[in-house]
Design a protein around this ligand. Structure first.
Ligand code: PBG
Length: 328
């Protein structure tokens, strides 16, 4: 006896088929980008597990190539490559050396997959510097913004030469999008696109990534990455990057910053992506390994929420697995 309730939203939740049909948000393989690490050991060497990210490895070059082919086969939207060099120095020369691990890996992967999947590269110095910062340092040990832009411009050309079609500008230097765009256009590489990590926060959730790339960082990145307290500043950073010519802007991390993501998505004239970072991955994996959380459901819910908040595409270490689930 409940005729006094004419509006009953539960009607649309009554079966799995009905829920599927009325779902507002669908996550598709084509909007997932897989971040991948490649170490500088023997090309046919072993993969090196990343202990804080169970299931994630530093690939050897050969295994990276095979994994990239598998990702293309699964219909993923893209790959984001990170190099883990064996040698580092103050200016990160390995980043601009065509024989440096990231550039070699990019060439190998593009030779393998062609344009079946978008091959993109991390454009930042932190993996290549012996101090672990995202830029070069001045005489006082601070990150020198404008001197870093010169290195980023060189890095952009090296990555474009290696075959990267989408450069992931993750260093958070002022003017980085403009500097890279000018360098590319000046070299006739108007075809190479930029993905600006526009609102990248100084986050504790990058912890496991720093193990994944053997980061040498002492201290923190708070003089260049955003303060987690600031949403308006994130929106402003995205607008600036669009004005500088960014083809895509990104918010990072993802789940703790859904409000920023939503605001950027509301305002942006270009695609907006989000990066579900290493700590977001590690938390769910650790809880699931302890039997404290339902792994697949938690992963699905987290990525669905990121898309619902406004992400057009998501960088996630689970990209391949989610693609498999969504195709069944
Ligand atoms: C910088 C970079 C970082 C991440 C992606 N690009 C690390 C940092 O800013 O310290 C973090 C990604 C993750 O945590 O999954 N090259």
């Amino acid at each position: 006896m409940s005729t006094a309730i004419p509006i009953r939203p539960r009607r649309l939740r009554q079966s799995a088929a009905m829920r599927r049909l009325v779902s507002e948000t669908r996550v598709h393989a084509s909007q997932l980008v897989l971040p991948m690490f490649v170490h500088d050991g023997p090309d046919d060497g072993d993969d090196r597990p990343v202990s804080s990210m169970p299931g994630v490895v530093q690939h050897s070059l050969d295994s990276l190539r095979r994994a990239a082919a598998e990702a293309a086969e699964a219909g993923l939207g893209g790959l984001m490559l990170f190099g883990v060099p064996a040698h580092r120095d103050a200016t990160g020369t390995g980043a601009t050396d065509p024989a440096g691990i990231l550039n070699r890996a990019t060439a190998a992967v593009t030779a393998e997959v062609g344009d079946a999947v978008v091959v993109s590269t991390d454009l930042c110095l932190d993996e290549f510097t012996d101090h672990g910062h995202c830029g070069v340092l001045d005489a006082h040990g601070s990150v020198d913004n404008d001197a870093t832009l010169v290195r980023y411009a060189e890095m952009a050309l090296a990555q474009a030469d290696a075959g990267s079609v989408l450069l992931g500008l993750s260093g958070m230097m002022d003017g980085q999008v403009m500097a890279v765009r000018e360098a590319l256009d000046g070299a006739g590489r108007t075809d190479v696109a930029t993905l600006a990590y526009a609102a990248k926060y100084a986050s504790a959730f990058y912890g496991p990534f720093r193990e994944a790339v053997d980061s040498q960082l002492q201290g923190d990145r708070r003089s260049y990455q955003l303060d987690p307290a600031n949403a308006r500043e994130g929106v402003r950073e995205a607008a600036l990057d669009v004005a500088e010519g960014a083809d895509i802007v990104m918010v990072k991390p993802a789940l703790p910053y859904l409000d920023v993501l939503h605001q950027v998505a509301d305002a942006s004239p270009v695609p907006v992506w989000a990066y579900q970072v290493s700590g977001e991955y590690a938390m769910i994996e650790a809880a699931a390994a302890n039997g404290w959380i339902a792994r697949e459901a938690a992963i699905t819910e987290s990525v669905t929420s990121i898309v619902r908040a406004g992400a057009d595409a998501v960088l996630t270490y689970w990209a391949l697995e989610i693609a498999e689930w969504s195709s069944r």
